[in-house]
Ligand binder design. Structure first.
Ligand code: ATP
Length: 228
């Protein structure tokens, strides 16, 4: 059975419909890339999964129906989100940011600091003083501290320097191979997504229009849906 399954999911911002039918599956321990050009509904799909937006259709996570669950309940079920734009508590220290998200499990301060030594070094610094890359590490660390069974990363490496990007991709690879974490990743770099993920779903105008293993995503499909 899949860990997460969406069937024909719709969602709207007020009167403005943004999703018209998104279907996808993620198996346990798999990494899924959610791709599509700007404005095609990737972030909206994430919001529907996390309970930040009312959704129609069927959303099932680990046997639980997610429809109409508020976001704190989705988090409690084990969905961890690294949101677009990071959103850490700027006035709290690194350590306070991490602890404020903590739930019992494998991931604790020590393990997150092992994964991101820089966060360990800066644990007493206010989040506002961190670089963009460090803030993204903190956002990932915060999501891990909730001990999620599914980690969703929206714009995993957006706005980061090439070196920090490499670091984030290597952490994603570590999470997948060493901890068996189930992942959903959104990013602009198709090349990195291909290396990191097993499957992809392509969104176009609020609909999932293609899904399959990355190996099956031919140049034709990329040109047609992603305009690359
Ligand atoms: P991007 O890569 O630009 O973040 P995306 O694929 O994540 O794109 P969404 O942000 O999910 O796309 O946007 C899907 C559609 O919903 C777009 O038409 C967008 O204009 C609309 N939309 C997004 N956020 C809002 C909002 N807060 N209010 C109204 N419409 C919105």
């Amino acid at each position: 059975m899949s860990l997460l399954s969406l069937t024909d999911v719709g969602a709207a911002y007020g009167a403005s419909q943004a999703l018209f039918g998104v279907s996808l599956e993620i198996g346990r321990g798999e990494a899924l890339a959610l791709v599509g050009r700007n404005g095609m509904g990737k972030t909206t799909t994430v919001k529907a999964i996390c309970g930040m937006l009312p959704a129609s259709g069927t959303l099932v996570f680990d046997g639980h129906n997610l429809s109409h669950l508020p976001s704190h309940r989705a988090a409690r079920l084990g969905i961890g989100l690294v949101p677009e734009g990071r959103r850490c508590f700027r006035d709290l220290t690194v350590e306070e940011n991490l602890l404020s998200a903590a739930r019992k499990g494998h991931w604790d301060l020590a393990r997150v600091s092992d994964l991101f030594p820089r966060l360990g070094e800066r644990r007493r610094q206010r989040a506002a003083l961190l670089s963009g890359g460090e803030q993204q590490m903190l956002a990932i660390g915060r999501a891990l501290m909730t001990n999620p069974r599914l980690l969703i990363m929206d714009e995993a490496t957006e706005g980061l320097s090439p070196l920090v990007r490499q670091e984030i991709w290597s952490v994603i690879a570590t999470l997948k191979s060493e901890t068996g974490m189930t992942l959903m990743v959104i990013d602009k770099s198709l090349r990195e997504l291909r290396a990191a993920c097993d499957h992809a779903v392509i969104l176009e105008r609020g609909r999932s229009v293609w899904s399959g293993p990355f190996d099956a995503m031919t140049g034709d499909i990329v040109t047609r849906y992603l305009g690359l």
